[in-house]
Design a protein around this ligand. Structure first.
Ligand code: PMP
Length: 440
């Protein structure tokens, strides 16, 4: 194709022709241009190899350019690229059946494919409101659910909420962050806050609650044991449905099960998927109990590219690869070793206030004072830049931009762990050499 790989030219074209909304949100001081990827690695335009600890924003689940994904996609493109759900095609139908089969057998599940996660979130909210006849939705602070009007309205991070008048009837409860949460450690104080949120700010008749089982953009905040169960009970007691946003935590990322909720002793009424479902191909899905989805049957809800055969062919292959290559177990095993190594780094580097995570969802939170937990945002930016120089792609996240987030492709191997830890160690050492902050 007719493109040049000149950094200056790419920057110039983006600056001139991308809308401000798409230009912003660039993490690095000097743009990182990604030329190609293979497995858990990507290469920049100068052919430097980096370990992609972010799976290109959590989309690459089974690895870049996985040969089986490439084959599934190519073969489908050659036969038929698109037809919409107005015409029948076997691939989306098979994929819907296969996704439904991953859900607990105690319920009857159906699938609606969308083009993106935010669209799926919008649909989940619409379903909850239609099915219950209620309007009030509870979301958690520090959550991220997407950029459409509806998804933005349930997103609890101010930076993503534009001054446009959000979709009404959304209340926010405190996120049960066990490190920095406003009620400290424990589950009950957060469930009490949920009760108060319902009692003070809603009609008492709920459409539903929406939760990420592990808050992703918010800085890897796993819902502590018992929180989802308590939140679901409270929501259902008020007539509401329980929506889980597994866009980041799904597809085995937590190393416990394919869906994170399976290890939490709960079953959602509606689950939202995206990102890893298509290994980078745009695809989202709402998986809902049949009786919930059925309530929207009297009107049309049509996504032109939802259930696109190419995207669904890839989705089917991704599910099979996760099983064939035992990738959830890999995330558990390699994630545990990575987590242990990160804890060891915490012993050596004072600036690391917290290390947390499950499987391949891991985070390091940086503080300038461990007692006061003062967010070390500038230090995080420094370490983040250095980690790139040492060959890693990470993400800087959390409300204070003081969390280094890692959610690698499921194929990250045991052999990658030492190089990752070594690169991080060197990045923190660079920080300590550059100033006195963080020196142990
Ligand atoms: N939910 C979560 C948890 C997400 O992380 C994201 C994307 N970052 C979305 C929803 C929205 O997905 P998309 O960007 O595909 O619309």
């Amino acid at each position: 194709l007719d493109v040049t790989w000149s950094t200056e030219e790419i920057i110039d074209k983006r600056n001139r022709f991308f809308a401000a909304t798409q230009r912003a949100f660039v993490p690095y001081e000097k743009p990182l241009i990604i030329k190609r990827g293979k497995g858990q690695y990507v290469w920049d335009e100068q052919d430097n190899r980096l370990i992609d600890l972010l799976g290109m924003n959590l989309c690459i689940s089974v690895g870049h350019a996985h040969p089986r994904v490439v084959a599934a996609m190519t073969s489908q493109v050659e036969q038929l690229t698109h037809c919409t759900t107005m015409f029948y095609h076997p691939v989306p139908a098979h994929f819907a059946e296969e996704l439904a089969a991953t859900m607990p057998a105690s319920c009857d599940w159906v699938v609606h494919f969308t083009n993106s996660g935010a669209e799926a979130i919008d649909l989940a909210l619409m379903m909850a409101r239609t099915a219950t006849g209620n309007h009030d939705i509870i979301a958690l602070r520090n959550s991220y659910h997407g950029a459409t009007y509806g998804a933005q309205s349930v997103t609890g991070v101010g930076n993503f909420r534009h001054n446009i008048g959000q979709v009404p009837n959304v209340s926010f409860a405190a996120e049960p962050d066990q490190y920095r949460g406003i009620f400290g450690e424990g589950v009950q104080p957060y469930l009490d806050d949920l009760d108060r949120t319902i009692n003070y700010t809603t009609s008492g008749q709920l459409a539903g609650i929406i939760i990420e089982p592990v808050q992703g953009y918010g800085g890897i905040i796993p819902m502590p044991e018992g929180y989802l169960k308590g939140a679901f009970e409270r929501t259902r007691a008020r007539g509401g449905l329980c929506i889980l946003d597994e866009v980041q935590s799904g597809f085995g990322k937590t190393g416990e099960s394919l869906w994170c909720f399976e290890s939490q002793g709960v079953v959602p009424d509606i689950m939202v998927l995206a990102k890893g479902i298509g290994n980078g191909i745009p695809l989202g899905a709402v998986v809902a109990k049949r009786e919930v989805a059925e309530t929207m049957a009297d009107k049309f809800l049509f996504h032109t590219y939802g259930a696109n055969p190419v995207a669904c062919a890839v989705g089917r292959e991704v599910l099979k690869i996760i099983e064939d290559e035992d990738l959830v177990a890999n995330a558990k095993k390699v994630g545990a070793k990575l987590g242990e190594g990160l804890k060891a780094l915490q012993q050596r580097h004072e600036v690391i206030g917290d290390v947390r995570g499950r499987g391949f969802m891991q985070a390091i939170e940086l503080v300038s004072d461990r007692e006061a937990k003062t967010p070390a945002s500038a230090e995080t930016a420094f370490v983040f830049e250095r980690s790139r120089a040492h060959g890693l792609v990470l993400s800087k996240s959390g409300n204070f931009k003081n969390v280094l987030r890692m959610v690698p492709p499921l194929c990250l191997s045991m052999d990658d762990v030492e190089p990752v830890l070594d690169a991080l160690d060197r990045s923190f050492t660079d920080l300590e050499k550059s100033n006195s902050i963080g020196r142990s």
